[in-house]
Design a protein around this ligand. Structure first.
Ligand SMILES: C[S@@+](CC[C@H](N)C(=O)[O-])C[C@H]1O[C@@H](n2cnc3c(N)ncnc32)[C@H](O)[C@@H]1O
Length: 200
């Protein structure tokens, strides 16, 4: 059994982050400066909440956080338990937005991934499907100029995925972060500058 604890694990403990994943989002924020005060963000695959801590601390606004697993309550977070592929989750997101009095979102951040099987093709395909569901559910809710960050296990379908969705945005970047484990094939796909439906 490999030891899953590393420098980021101990840093997360020291700084009271709920997960080492918080450092991945910090790196992305340093590089792309996506989050700003006042934004409303949908987060997918949020539990245990490391990314949520970063997002709420920057935006100061209520975050809508979705995960199939339970998440410990956090201030400024409305948690929806469900799979992003499930139409009931999409419905819950829409009604939460209505209750919050907002009609659109300024960003989506997804770190969602099922337990890895260790078989690259299977993990890549399941990651592709989750990312596709995030886009199907989330993009109709976006404000003009909004961004999407997605974690994906890189593979044959990554280029196809980017081609499928890039026309809805002004630009797209793919990047890796130092806080990922060395052997990981995870990449982050960042779409920026959502083009409103009327301009596509
Ligand atoms: C790497 S963890 C997320 C860690 C989180 N970003 C943090 O900073 O603490 C991936 C999460 O994705 C969730 N997940 C996996 N498949 C999902 C799906 N189809 N819909 C919603 N959440 C999902 C898992 O339950 C898990 O909590």
């Amino acid at each position: 059994m490999p030891d899953r604890r590393d420098r980021y694990y101990y840093l997360a403990k020291k700084d009271n982050y709920r997960s080492r994943a918080a450092f991945k989002l910090m790196e992305l924020q340093t590089k792309y400066s996506l989050f700003h005060p006042g934004q409303y963000i949908l987060e997918v695959g949020a539990s245990p909440g490391g990314w949520t801590q970063i997002i709420t601390s920057i935006t100061g606004s209520t975050v809508i956080a979705v995960d199939v697993n339970q998440m410990e309550p956090m201030e400024n977070v409305i948690f929806i338990r469900g799979r992003i592929e499930d139409p009931r989750t999409a419905e819950a997101i829409r009604s939460t937005m209505q209750e919050m009095g907002i009609s659109s979102l300024q960003g989506i951040a997804s770190d969602a991934m099922t337990h890895t099987s260790g078989k690259h093709d299977i993990d890549h395909a399941s990651s592709y499907l989750i990312c596709d569901s995030v886009m199907k559910t989330g993009t109709p809710l976006l404000d003009e100029g909004a961004f999407v960050i997605l974690k994906q296990f890189y593979g044959d379908l990554t280029a196809q995925f980017i081609n499928k969705w890039k026309n809805l945005f002004r630009s797209v970047h793919t990047t890796k972060v130092a806080a990922s484990r060395d052997a990981s094939s995870e990449v982050y796909i960042i779409f920026t500058g959502y083009l409103s439906r009327s301009s596509t």
